[in-house]
Design a protein around this ligand. Sequence first.
Ligand code: ADP
Ligand code: MG
Length: 272
Amino acid sequence: MKRQRPPAVDLVLLKGHLKTLCLPTMLAECEATARQSAAEGCDHLSFLLRLCEQEAEARAERSTARRIRSACFPQMKTLDTFDFLAQPSLNRSAVLELGRSEFVTKRETVILVGGAGTGKTHLATALGVSACQRGKKVRFYQVSELITQMQEVRESKSLGRLLSQLSRLDVLILDEFGYVQTSPSGGELLFDVISRAYERTSVIVTTNLPFDRWTEVFGNERLVAATLDRLTHRCHILEATGESYRLRQARSRKRGTSGIPEAASEPDRDAD
Ligand code: ADP
Ligand code: MG
């Protein structure tokens, strides 16, 4: 008969294998799950399934967290903390539908238009976070930051590398389109990014400027027409026409009532 090894030795060997096989959650949980499974009378296959599920779940959570970090969101915002009652011009079910990221699979564009404080950055971030949770690669840029970065790398001749990084994205978020006057070369670089993204990468744009005023910022009518043509082809336009959420909060604070549901009344740390 085969000689049984002491259980302590088996455990050391098992842990060694789990480490070599890069299964950290199984390594951390194997003893507790084995005890629980024995107490519940689970058979061996159910025990193994439980352990594998824990590993798979933890792995998915780690990769979502990694994608969210790489997206460089200015703040963590989600759709469940967005108060739709405060912004009635937005169609709640249409926004929640976008949160399912079908538009990313279809390579469609989302344009969020509205005044300051109406939740454009919040929603763009929340849609980006939902996409990250569904395994999509996302990058958030303020338009001025992207233009500056492109101008810098153009001088060091690594613009091609940046453009190829951008081309590997599933979602490119361009926040604050048209907030600052853009130089002609900056406008051209931005246009180049948008035309490369066309039908390959979903773009989410936030802007406070109605389309007919984009020429004022980019100066070049032909460029603006071509950019709008690409952006608005297969596009979801969300218009937030309500008042600023910050103003509303400030007014409620003055009156001594929150006036805003608990989940949505988080502190405002935005700069704009
Ligand atoms: P915008 O980009 O349109 O200027 P933000 O998205 O930066 O506005 O919103 C400003 C602040 O108000 C953020 O902290 C955001 O989370 C919050 N906010 C704006 N609208 C809402 C809303 N409808 N529900 C919850 N929070 C909101
Ligand atoms: Mg904003």
